[in-house]
Design a protein. Structure first.
Lengths: 538, 315
């Protein structure tokens, strides 16, 4: 075993998981979880091309590519958490040794994946999230493994296996995510494909691997074979990446992930990794590159998918009205999300905002916003409300698809408007003494007032005070569909500028502080007459 | 410290003679309720202290015989403040941290082995602990005081409510069921469907399922039902600030009565708070609060303030 490789992989994976657990910048710079995701060239390319924008983290990414040019695809073999996950699962699922270790022409497919993503992004549909390995690893840990771990822990404490005291410390309410089954199946398939070849994903499909491969065609630090080689072919058979040619002296450097397994395997000690200048010989094996016809087919497919991907019924319609796109009513975005088109282009689906949302309000969209919005964060108030003091989703967003707003500014970023369904409301329809929505609203946007002919006070939404946080919808005791719910009506999405100023222009009055002029009846100083008692007294 | 005993409804400083007279008057007026036993021990029904939240809390409890009357050596104490909202003390929707801190300190001084400060919050639990300021007070007590805002079901246990009219059982915090001493420490505030949210309404912070109170039962009756089970040994109403409108969450009008009310009787303490504060700019008698009226009628406590003795003090 290569202790250096395995230790580095374990370290990087632990760091990655730690960053997701903490989901907060431990150290500025590289250890910021947001920065980690910017290191994924496929995610970067997809968001930058479709959003037509340079994203933060370009310097670090270029530095990584420079290192790759010097050292080969070390990132895939030592750093990438998805690659490490593949390696960890491989011994459990390995099938019989393949007759053709290199995998035929399949390694060329990853270039087509990259081409497909780039072309679709240029046409305005960002599909990089299907392939970008760091964001895939983010979702693997955030949406599947993390909740599974929490579920087990909570099960143990619930079953009384932990003392009450330990249980209260260890208790983590398991995060719940929409469509967790989808991710489970998706990632299980991704990892189980290794039954056929080790590192199936990395070799054949990974678009970031393709970028690294193109960078590492002629690395400075590379595999060399001395004359002691006896042509036994052991290294070729056991190379996890199929990077060794039919003549074992030849190397496909763009496939090699520098794991140096061949060095340790070689019975003659003929293999070494050395820093050799560009002038030295490159005994290259024939590279796996896609043909022109396949490339053209891919481009055509990308154009077709980009076209079809923008025709979902629930996504932003292409109709313009009053300068704003009309959104599906249930499509509530996190506060400070860019205008819908920009948002869809920029979002790399890393899952950080889902992870960090303290109330589990943010959920991955499944069908909520059509194909173009698949797996983007939507705010589901029934799952949890948007806390007034919280600005975490914007702070962690690596691609600035959600703006980082200061606390004072965030409450003005209107996510939607609450609407009372009087046919379901306990007070309106059933005459029950319920004020839960009023109680829950942090902004005083629900007014309880007496209506003529009604025994109890009934709720009304003050639209100008409602920021769409969903605290009312979350708290509504009505089972199934709530009697008060946020719709995307009057949501505000600004690419630049102050939400507060724009809100005030629109006449909104969103605040958590008391208001001076309450237009409440304050007529007499006696309580002889019950008819005008303030709400709640009887 | 300036001490002055007086009665609600009366005025001016009292002599020993008028004190006894009034006590006898109260006794006869109250009929079934034996006021004499309290008068004999020198502890009035209600203790009122004016001043800063911390000192006023100590003084009010002192009037009620001191914390030693309630807490003994080795007791587990549960203090139930209102920390259900993620807002600072100035918003008037949560108990002032100084009040809770003073209570916890007094409990430990009287030999309590452990003090739990707990509330099943409405808002995000950690934000509530942090922003109310109550989460910070545990630090000074070397682990003997714990501030917790549990919300997961395994922290609760189903308990019968034998005296409940509508609410026959509910899932209650285990610590609340096991505590030797229960201290209610609500903030004084308005509540849109129950008139006020004080010590009795506050007991809903010790149970798991509050939704049923709104859709299954009469809210006021269910509150009284709950208080027959979770009956505070000592009630301390924090009226250092009062949210007099748009409760329970605010934002609304916040006044500063700068008063802390203590009593053995949850109903009396709540009634006193109602009469002390002007709600929506007007005075409203306690019987206009449904759950206070029902609790009085069901004998859980007393709202007839005119017959109750009150000790007042400037802290």
């Amino acid at each position: 075993m290569n202790w250096f490789q395995r230790s580095l992989q374990a370290l990087c994976l632990a760091l990655f998981v730690l960053l997701l657990l903490a989901a907060t910048p431990i150290l500025t710079g590289f250890l910021d979880p947001a920065r980690v995701f910017a290191l994924d060239p496929a995610a970067y390319l997809g968001a930058a091309l479709s959003g037509r924008v340079l994203l933060p983290g370009l310097g670090a990414l270029l530095f990584l590519l420079l290192l790759t040019w010097l050292l080969g695809r070390f990132f895939c073999g030592h750093v990438c958490p998805l690659g490490t996950s593949c390696d960890a699962v491989r011994p459990l699922v390995a099938g019989k040794a393949a007759s053709e270790p290199s995998g035929g022409r399949w390694p060329a497919a990853k270039y087509l994946v990259l081409l497909f993503i780039a072309a679709a992004s240029l046409l305005g549909l960002n599909l990089a999230y299907w392939g970008a390995p760091l964001t895939l690893a983010g979702r693997l840990f955030i949406l599947v493994l993390g909740p599974a771990g929490e579920f087990l822990l909570s099960g143990l404490s619930g079953a009384g296996l932990l003392s009450d005291r330990a249980a209260s410390a260890a208790w983590l309410p398991p995060d719940r995510y929409l469509g967790a089954w989808f991710f489970l199946v998706f990632f299980a398939s991704l990892l189980l494909l290794q039954h056929f070849r080790p590192r199936f994903w990395c070799r054949f499909l990974c678009p970031a691997g393709a970028v690294f491969a193109l960078t590492a065609r002629r690395p400075f630090f590379r595999r060399t074979v001395s004359d002691a080689c006896t042509d036994c072919g052991l290294c070729r058979k056991r190379c996890p990446m199929g990077a060794i040619g039919s003549d074992p002296r030849h190397t496909r450097y763009e496939e090699c992930i520098v794991c140096q397994r061949c060095v340790r395997l070689c019975p003659e000690g003929a293999i070494a990794f050395l820093g050799l200048g560009l002038r030295e010989k490159f005994p290259e094996a024939e590279p796996f590159l896609p043909g022109r016809r396949a490339a053209l087919q891919t481009l055509t497919a990308a154009a077709a998918v980009a076209f079809v991907g923008r025709t979902g019924l629930l996504e932003a319609w292409s109709r313009q009205e009053a300068g704003q796109r009309i959104l599906a009513g249930e499509l509530i975005r996190p506060p400070g999300a860019l205008p819908e088109d920009d948002f869809l282009n920029r979002c790399i689906r890393c899952g950080l905002c889902l992870r960090i949302c303290p109330t589990d309000m943010l959920q991955p969209a499944m069908g909520h916003s059509g194909w173009s919005g698949f797996q983007t964060p939507v705010a589901v108030a029934r799952s949890g409300p948007c806390e007034p003091g919280c600005t975490l989703c914007g702070e962690v967003c690596p691609s600035r698809a959600i703006r980082a707003l200061p606390r004072e500014e965030k409450v003005w970023a209107k996510m939607g408007t609450a609407v009372v369904d009087r046919r379901k409301c306990l007070a309106w329809e059933w005459g029950e003494r319920c004020l839960v929505c009023d109680e829950a609203c942090p902004y005083g946007a629900v007014d309880l007032s007496r209506e003529p002919g009604m025994q109890v006070s009934v709720p009304h939404v003050r639209e100008d005070r409602c920021t769409g946080c969903g605290a009312c919808e979350f708290a509504c005791p009505v089972v199934d569909r709530p009697a008060i719910a946020v719709s995307s009506m009057a949501e505000m999405r600004l690419a630049t500028g102050s939400y507060r100023e724009e809100s005030e222009r629109r006449g909104l009055d969103i605040t958590r502080k008391g208001r001076e002029s309450e237009e409440k009846p304050r007529r007499r100083d006696t309580a002889d007459d019950d008819s005008d008692l303030p709400p709640g007294f009887q | 410290m300036k001490f002055a005993w007086n009665y609600i409804g009366g005025s001016g400083p009292l002599t020993r003679r008028s004190f006894l007279e009034a006590g006898l008057l109260g006794l006869s007026a109250a009929g079934l309720y034996p006021a004499l036993s309290l008068a004999e021990t020198g502890t009035p029904h209600l203790g009122l202290a004016r001043g800063d939240p911390g000192p006023a809390t100590e003084a009010a409890v002192q009037i009620m015989g001191g914390m030693g009357t309630y807490v003994g050596q080795g007791d587990n104490v549960l203090i139930k403040p209102n920390m259900s909202f993620s807002a600072g003390p100035e918003a008037g929707v949560t108990t002032h941290p100084d009040v809770v801190e003073a209570l916890a300190r007094m409990c430990l001084q009287c030999g309590a082995s452990r003090v739990y400060i707990m509330d099943h919050t409405l808002r995000d639990p950690s934000a509530c602990r942090k922003e109310s300021g109550i989460g910070d007070i545990a630090e000074g007590f070397q682990g003997r005081v714990e501030v917790q805002t549990p919300s997961s079901s395994h922290r609760f246990r189903t308990s019968d409510i034998p005296r409940g009219k509508q609410l026959g059982a509910s899932d209650m915090l285990k610590e609340a069921l096991e505590a030797d001493v229960l201290i209610a420490a609500p903030v004084a505030k308005h509540h849109g469907s129950t008139g006020v949210s004080l010590s009795m309404k506050g007991m809903m912070g010790l149970i798991l399922d509050r939704g049923a109170f709104h859709w299954q039962y009469d809210l006021n009756t269910a509150i009284v039902d709950l208080c027959t089970k979770l009956r505070a040994d000592l009630t301390v109403v924090d009226a250092s600030r009062a949210l007099t409108s748009d409760g329970p969450s605010g934002p609304g009008e916040v006044t500063r009565p700068k008063t802390v009310i203590a009593s053995r009787d949850m109903v009396a303490a709540d009634a006193k708070a109602v009469s002390l504060i002007r709600w929506y700019g007007r005075s409203i008698p306690p019987e206009k609060v449904g759950h206070i009226r029902e609790a009085h009628e069901r004998g859980l406590g007393r709202m007839d303030l005119e017959n109750l003795s009150t000790g007042t003090i400037e802290a």
